[in-house]
Design a protein around this ligand. Structure first.
Ligand code: 5GP
Ligand code: MN
Length: 339
């Protein structure tokens, strides 16, 4: 894979007169996806560039405070408008994903577009659909990469408080508040530099982690106390949520974010899994500790991928069959999980 410099990418954009730019990210964008997209969107605006942020789907309400989120075009529900904007685009920035399947039906639109595609991402095994690659799987987050992109251009002076707040947020969430193995000293330096733009990190933390609805907290309590199975034999904790429960607790976008992590907080547990019966697919989240590769597990058995310790996937068979299949597959990993 050939990596490109930030300068090569910006030069290509600036050489095109009145370039039209689209920024997009994975479906159900999390804080890193939203923070990096809006951070980049706000930054491109400081250069006088014409960019539109298109999200494949809606995003959690705890991210609505981010500057620019109201100007986001949501593909799902605005298909015609999104298609027109994408067809007219000269450049498409693809952030925080590297496989077109991660942007659902919008992937088709992006794939058919003649625009030059620019990838900024930190996930392993890129599909390779892009023309320019700004990629590092050692980066904590795509927000860290967007910061490095701006810094490489020598344009840190263009960062303002709003951009810094967006980028800081994705770094905090993707590193689990600076505790996962993806967090490096470089990540801390970048977070410190972002703080120097005058962001209110206490308020950001409050907005992202302490603004849950009562329903959401009760749902988490229910999921842990009633729906978590601890499979000691496999050092694994499994939470399963069916359609009825999603309805009963009025679960909305973002409400299940972070739920999978609770399993890993149990001593001796190395693998935590969340299986949710979503409307069209059965969605799976995987988290691991130590030497167990969650992304390989997701890739080999459940059409997924992600990072070594945090991955996801999906299944097209029924919810019940997915759970059974998962438990069956897990048997192959008994030794590895108990090593
Ligand atoms: P989450 O469990 O929070 O949805 O996702 C965890 C990580 O796995 C994220 O980095 C996300 O990009 C990746 N991921 C989640 N679902 C999928 C999937 O279906 N396919 C792939 N390739 N990656 C996924
Ligand atoms: Mn990310």
């Amino acid at each position: 894979m050939v990596l490109h410099s930030a300068q090569e990418i910006l030069t290509a954009i600036q050489e095109k007169k009145d370039a039209k730019i689209v920024i997009t990210t994975h479906h159900k964008p999390d804080a890193d996806a939203m923070g990096s997209s809006l951070g980049l969107w706000l930054f491109l605006k400081t250069l006088g560039l014409n960019a539109t942020f298109i999200s494949p789907t809606d995003f959690a309400s705890f991210l609505h405070w981010m500057k620019g989120s109201k100007e986001a075009v949501v593909f799902e529900g605005n298909e015609t408008r999104s298609k027109t904007i994408t067809e007219e685009a000269d450049f498409i920035f693809c952030l925080d994903f590297n496989h077109l399947s991660r942007i659902n039906e919008y992937g088709d639109v992006v794939s058919k577009s003649k625009a030059v595609k620019i990838l900024i991402d930190h996930h392993q095994f890129p599909q390779g659909f892009e023309n320019f690659t700004y990629w590092d799987d050692k980066a904590s987050s795509t927000c860290e990469l967007v910061y490095r992109f701006i810094a490489d251009l020598g344009l840190k002076a263009n960062i303002d408080k709003d951009i810094a707040a967006c980028l800081y947020t994705g770094i905090v969430t993707d590193t689990g508040s600076f505790r996962y193995s993806n967090c490096s000293s470089r990540t801390h330096v970048i977070a410190a530099e972002l703080m120097d733009f005058g962001i209110d990190h206490v308020a950001i933390h409050d907005l992202v982690f302490d603004s849950y609805t009562e329903n959401r907290v009760r749902f988490i309590g229910y999921a842990i106390s009633q729906k978590m199975e601890v499979l000691r034999e496999y050092s694994t904790a499994l939470i399963t949520i069916n359609k009825h429960e999603l309805k009963e607790y009025d679960v909305i976008t973002g409400d299940t974010e972070g739920l999978v992590n609770y399993g890993l907080s149990i001593e001796g547990i190395k693998f935590a899994v969340l299986i949710i019966d979503r409307s069209k697919i059965v969605k799976m989240s995987f988290r691991s500790k130590g030497n167990f590769a969650a992304n390989n597990f997701a890739m080999n058995h459940f059409n997924g991928g992600g990072h070594f310790h945090a991955a996801g996937g999906s299944s097209l068979v029924s919810f019940e069959d997915t759970i059974a299949e998962f438990k069956e597959v897990l048997k192959q990993y008994k030794e590895e999980l108990n090593a």
